[in-house]
Design a protein around this ligand. Structure first.
Ligand SMILES: [Zn+2]
Length: 271
């Protein structure tokens, strides 16, 4: 790595930190986080450059085959939604579908059966492939409206208190379920629905081995709690598309690491 590359790398890291700090400032208890990565990047051009140069983060991204900026577009399949990056107020996905051919652990119509169209097609293909391998998977809960997430979260806060609730449930506006791109799954028998005991089952193992091929990642992996801000959830799958899912799976990273944003826990500790 030459000197320029080192300088670019340092700058990129600084930009990531600044971008994260910017966001945190606006964030915390409410969900309407402005997406403020741009100003920090603009402020952080290399001081020694005689004239404007290409965005260093972008150059870094090209070198590493990873993205240069965090995707905050709510309609994008690769949008980052976490404790720092929330959805715009009032966001509702435009292409939600309820596919009757996708098995769920319950019967009848329900909001939580819905998901975005492309994801539904991918999930249908994945469940069918699992079935061919003798693994029967089913959805437990996919889309949640903002109002639903609010009711759910408030219930958890009443039961466990705010701090505890935040370790396993998302503050309204920061839940991936509100994107229509997340689904909690279990075996078709419905055992261990959204419970730790799902990890290590044959259904869970199959998902670990095959999900990326269909565009899904296990969003909150074991050992990455300090980065994602959530405890291990072997059942929570996030659709990001095949290309990104495969890169994330191959590298054993999280969506936060993919975008090189500050680990959630570091930001929380800095409050
Ligand atoms: Zn979930």
């Amino acid at each position: 790595m030459n000197k320029t590359a080192v300088a670019l790398l340092i700058c990129t890291l600084s930009v990531s930190l600044l971008a994260g700090c910017e966001t945190k400032k606006f964030f915390a208890p409410t969900q309407d986080t402005p997406k403020t990565t741009q100003p920090a990047e603009q402020e952080h051009q290399p001081a020694t450059s005689p004239k404007p140069t290409p965005d260093p983060a972008m150059q870094q991204g090209q070198q590493q085959n990873t993205p240069q900026t965090v995707d905050t577009k709510p309609d994008s399949y690769t949008v980052l939604v976490n404790k720092q990056y929330s959805l715009p107020k009032g966001y509702v996905p435009a292409d939600l579908v309820s596919d009757p051919t996708i098995p769920f652990t319950f019967t009848g119509e329900a909001e939580r059966r819905m998901m975005r169209k492309e994801m539904a097609q991918a999930l249908g293909r994945m469940f069918a492939a699992a079935k061919q391998d003798g693994i029967l998977l089913a959805g437990v809960s996919a889309y949640r409206s903002h109002a639903t997430q609010e009711a759910l979260f408030n219930g958890y806060v009443q039961r466990d208190g705010l701090e505890k609730a935040k370790t396993y449930s998302a503050v309204p506006g920061t839940s991936e379920h509100e994107t229509g791109l997340a689904v909690d799954v279990s075996g078709a028998d419905g055992r261990c629905q959204a419970e730790d005991c799902f990890g290590g089952t044959k259904e869970s193992n199959w998902i670990v081995d095959h999900a990326a091929k269909y565009g899904f990642i296990i969003r909150y992996p074991l050992g990455k709690e300090s980065i994602t801000g959530y405890q291990y959830e072997p059942w929570h799958l996030r659709y990001v598309g095949v290309k990104v899912a495969q890169e994330i799976a191959e590298k054993g990273i999280t969506l936060e690491e993919y975008y090189r944003v500050v680990p959630v826990a570091k930001q929380e500790a800095g409050k």
